[in-house]
Design a protein around this ligand. Structure first.
Ligand code: AMP
Length: 209
């Protein structure tokens, strides 16, 4: 969990690789659907471009179905889901019915001012989803993805006006999940501004130990 730009995608990827489990990012699933011109993609795009959340009913079934796939049997990292209390409740109900549960909720804490600065510098690969920061984590060749050689872009929803809206939506609809998961005794918070990506990753690994 964390505000837009807190590092969910970056650390979701690192955890997935380290523990050999799938990284399930609802934002990536929507972007993939937009790229492929699907009906879900066209429904989601209108909300995403405005900095709003996609309605719960378009997200929950998608994730619950994904978690039933064989590669999730030994665990998974959810990134960007749940993002509302109804999504968290629907996830808990679906997992309980299947005899599963969420083990860890990790909140990456970053103040709004830092988020706004960070997003202006974030560049993503529209092909493979790799994430860069023009100053803190630049690609080897400016503007080009290290992994697949595609030209990097600034996401439409990373434009400053949209980021401000997304932060407001985060505080209103997603932040209540901090109490939800701390009430269940599984919440840990890491400072998403302290140290390098590797330092933050080490703090996250400490939680699993
Ligand atoms: P992200 O890449 O996680 O920042 O997600 C990008 C955008 O996708 C968000 O700003 C939302 O519009 C949409 N989105 C992603 N995950 C969810 C979710 N769990 N619930 C509603 N909307 C979502």
């Amino acid at each position: 969990m964390g505000a837009p730009g807190a590092g969910k995608g970056t650390h979701g990827d690192i955890i997935a690789v380290k523990h050999s489990i799938p990284h399930i990012s609802t934002g990536d699933i929507f972007r993939e659907n937009i790229k492929n011109g699907t009906e879900l993609g066209s429904k989601a795009k209108g909300y995403m471009d405005k900095g709003l959340l996609v309605p719960d009913d378009l997200v929950v079934d998608l994730v619950v179905d994904r978690l039933k796939q064989a590669d999730c049997a030994d665990g998974y990292v959810l990134d960007g889901f749940p993002r509302t209390i109804p999504q968290a409740e629907a996830l808990d109900a679906a997992l309980e019915a299947a005899g599963g549960k969420i083990d860890y909720a990790i909140n990456i804490d970053v103040p709004d001012g830092t988020i706004i600065e960070r997003m202006a510098c974030r560049r993503v690969c529209p092909n493979c989803g790799a994430i860069y920061h023009t100053i803190a984590a630049p690609p080897r060749k400016e503007g080009i993805c290290d992994k697949c050689g595609t030209a990097l872009i600034l996401r439409d929803d990373d434009r400053p006006e949209t980021v401000k809206k997304r932060l407001a939506v985060y505080h209103e609809q997603t932040e209540p999940l901090i109490s939800y998961y701390s009430g269940r005794g599984i919440l840990s918070t890491v400072d998403g501004t302290k140290g390098s990506i590797d330092d933050i990753s080490a703090s996250i690994e400490q939680i699993f130990r």
